[in-house]
Design a protein around this ligand. Structure first.
Ligand SMILES: O=C(O)CCC(=O)C(=O)O
Length: 268
């Protein structure tokens, strides 16, 4: 499988991102959409447990919901009911999702970005609901995790065709951001989002058919727009790092740190 060109690799080094149109086959795409729909339904039919002791270890970032069957799910504080969902870390329950994370496509992306030794770090579905699904502020993904040595890679997979009407992402290439460093982020008013850019550059809109992928480094500023279309916009974000990303205790992985590639070979 050679989907990534030398030009893609050059652009990743120089500008921090590249795009791979239509690289996810229809069957796999449908299976990922099915998992996403299951997770949406699970969110919508669960209730928030608000006691402080129910908060997850990533204090302030997650809270617990409980389904009618009593299953507890960790949910992002960034979720806005029927507007914008971040549905994270469901691969243990959904083999099709786990298989996609451990696929040759992800191996090729890791090899071209973080290198021949790679750890699976995190996954989440990001869903924007029709008729106003909320935007998401300019940020670098690396600002949402504890301090770490090396940038990691985000693989943003479009489960639906994405465009400016339905709330696609916008990336700010390094040359336009003027930096590759992690920048200071402020929390926006009341919404718990971190904001790392207040400039006037609108960024480059990622407009792609369903089954396409945007690959960007964790130090690339990006945002996403409102969904003013009549349909849901679903994406799956999968992240890999060259070394484990750890919590402040220096031992516990922040999210996951599952070995995925060793010397270029898939080992998981
Ligand atoms: O899919 C989106 O709308 C943006 C997601 C994103 O930027 C993120 O989760 O870091």
């Amino acid at each position: 499988m050679v989907l990534i060109s030398e030009e893609n690799k050059r652009q990743f080094v120089q500008e921090g991102y590249f795009l791979l149109p239509q690289v996810i086959g229809e069957t796999v795409l449908q299976s990922l959409c099915d998992v996403c729909e299951y997770c949406i339904e699970e969110f919508n039919t669960s209730k928030r447990m608000d006691e402080p002791e129910e908060r997850a270890s990533h204090a302030g970032e997650l809270y617990t919901r409980v389904t009618a069957e009593g299953k507890q799910i960790q949910t992002s504080v960034l979720n806005i009911k029927n507007s914008r969902y971040f549905l994270e870390q469901r691969h243990d329950e959904h083999p099709n999702l786990a298989e996609f994370i451990n696929s040759p496509l992800m191996a090729e992306i890791c090899l071209a970005t973080v290198g021949s030794n790679a750890y699976f770090h995190f996954e989440e579905f990001v869903v924007k609901f029709p008729h106003g699904g909320a935007s998401f502020s300019w940020h670098q993904d690396g600002a949402y995790v504890p301090p770490h040595r090396l940038p990691y890679v985000s693989v943003w997979c479009a489960l639906d065709a994405v465009n400016e009407e339905n709330g696609t992402i916008y990336v700010l290439p390094y040359s336009r951001a003027g930096t590759k460093e992690l920048v200071e982020h402020d929390r926006n008013d009341g919404e718990m989002e971190k904001v790392g850019y207040e400039g006037s550059d609108p960024g480059i809109a990622v407009v792609l058919p369903a089954g396409s992928v945007a690959v960007f480094a964790s130090n690339v500023l990006h945002r996403s727009g409102d969904n003013i279309s009549h349909s849901k916009r679903r994406a799956l974000l999968v992240q890999f790092s060259a070394e484990p990303i750890l919590s402040d205790d220096g031992i516990t992985p922040w999210h996951s740190a599952d070995p995925f590639l060793h010397e270029g070979e898939i080992i998981s």
